[in-house]
Design a protein around this ligand. Sequence first.
Ligand SMILES: C[S@@+](CC[C@H](N)C(=O)[O-])C[C@H]1O[C@@H](n2cnc3c(N)ncnc32)[C@H](O)[C@@H]1O
Length: 347
Amino acid sequence: MSEIKIPKKLIEVALPLDDINAAAAREKSIRHGHPSTLHLWWARRPLAAARAVIFAQMVNDPSETVSGDKRLRETKLKIQSEREKLFDIIRDLVKWENTNNEIVLNRARAAIKESWRFTCELNRSVPEASELFDPEKLPAFHDPFAGGGAIPLEAQRLGLQSFASDLNPVAVMINKAMIEIPPKFAGNKAIGPLIDSDNQSDLIDSWSGVKGLAEDVKRYGHVMREEAYKRIGYLYPKIEVTETMAASRADLKHLIGDKLTVIAWLWARTIPSPSPIYSHVNVPLASSFVISNKKGKEAYVEPVITGDSYEFVVKTGIPPTESKSGTKVGRGGILNVCYPRLQFLSN
Ligand SMILES: C[S@@+](CC[C@H](N)C(=O)[O-])C[C@H]1O[C@@H](n2cnc3c(N)ncnc32)[C@H](O)[C@@H]1O
């Protein structure tokens, strides 16, 4: 029985590591809007590194494919120059700007196919060759610990049939959304109801790739948002800026009378005051009353107490020390008495 021959792969010999590292580091700061930022999976591989590594695992090292006497300088130089060509493909592949560049991707896909054909030829006489070494059918890619899906996504991009699985159902959902579902809709045009304010002119002629699916996600997302607003929007009322509010907030003066959408609600658990006199009052547990410490944008909330009730007022400017301590000690939710303005509630 003839043995399976596995030519040495590029990854076993050399890689343009500096280029891959630089692209992987850069990717972190420029991938805004990419699905990988929707849910930050732990230890997710940079797409650039995944793409480079899969490519280097799929292509044969030229020392295996270049013919000639390997002891001769001429052959060595030829091998080196062929290896450089593969490095150049990797250098282009890892650039974020080339993520969807079909010219760059096609060069990589062609190199992978060429290596595969070479491997199939080597194994022509293996008994299961027709099943295992079909030059027209690249081996499938399997990632049983797919997590955020970087590796199977890049395998798919390089032309391999990709299978991803994971123990964690959230990871499975990410992989379904990123790898399994989009190809089913490739080339389809969007069918969702048009959003009135949208300018569709740039899409009308081209529904290539998954543009139609992406557009439908946007359109139906809009439908869901409108419906949610109809049903529960009243729970999120706009806030009218009053003169009283603006009295201590110069930044609100020009907005008096305007109704503004609230962009953040700060929630705090409450517990009955440990003070017997105020046990009917629920006291918030907050580790700090500071909203923002950012230089020039400092803000905090100050409790205003009237009798046995209180409300919070948002203030801008450097937070006083007392607002930094909040009302809570540690994670256990024990009321801290060091916040003087609320102290009366816990005496
Ligand atoms: C480091 S993460 C993988 C990250 C992934 N390569 C990426 O780029 O996003 C490891 C994954 O292995 C999964 N895992 C751990 N033990 C497993 C098991 N026994 N079977 C399947 N998946 C498992 C975890 O849920 C996790 O998603």
